[in-house]
Design a protein around this ligand. Structure first.
Ligand code: SF4
Ligand code: SF4
Length: 169
């Protein structure tokens, strides 16, 4: 079964199947971010398993190029590539639990404290020295340590009471 990854497209979270497999094949083929037409090529491949509206093709292409660059950076830094599922929480697939941070890039001052704190690779640096959510479901359900430590309060979470809806199966 294909892996699942959530990415941000034009400010909105979008869950996609098979993206890691596409990235792995590109990596094996030595493809580099910034190559002309790479984003559009990824769109064509991801469409085999996911619905991508034609009108949003350019937005997805840009998001895929950014994600692929982050994927390569993680691979080349020796970080763990996410080649397995996210597991379960209280018996529910992790991807069914909408618990992950949201980073307000305007409020983020780029101090990097959250990146040092979190070992799950949920958070990632941006090209302009801020922080973004790179792998939402890598976040540990119920943890909000990065939000607590962020001085400008750039990181927020859903209300913790939301988790009460997920009773042990
Ligand atoms: S701790 Fe807050 S301000 Fe510092 S990098 Fe993380 S999100 Fe940005
Ligand atoms: S809440 Fe915890 S696990 Fe999730 S991103 Fe922040 S520090 Fe990492």
């Amino acid at each position: 079964m294909s892996g699942y990854r959530q990415i941000w497209v034009d400010g909105n979270p979008v869950g996609l199947r098979g993206l890691d497999e596409v990235f792995a094949a590109l990596h094996t083929a030595g493809r580099r971010p910034g190559e002309a037409g790479l984003g559009v090529e990824i769109v064509a491949q991801v469409r085999r398993e996911n619905y991508i509206p034609g009108s949003a093709r350019e937005l997805f292409a840009a998001a895929f190029e950014r994600e692929y660059a982050a994927y390569l950076a993680q691979m080349e830094s020796g970080g763990p590539a996410r080649s397995r599922g996210y597991g379960t929480w209280r018996g529910y697939p992790r991807e069914a639990i909408p618990w992950f941070p949201t980073v307000n890039e305007d409020a983020c001052n780029g101090c990097g404290v959250c990146l040092k704190l979190c070992s799950t690779h949920c958070l990632a640096p941006t090209e302009n020295g801020k922080v973004r959510v790179g792998d939402p479901f890598a976040c540990v359900v119920g943890c909000s340590s990065c939000a607590n430590i962020c001085r400008p309060k750039a990181i927020t979470f859903p209300p913790r009471s939301m988790l009460e809806a997920y009773r042990q199966k």
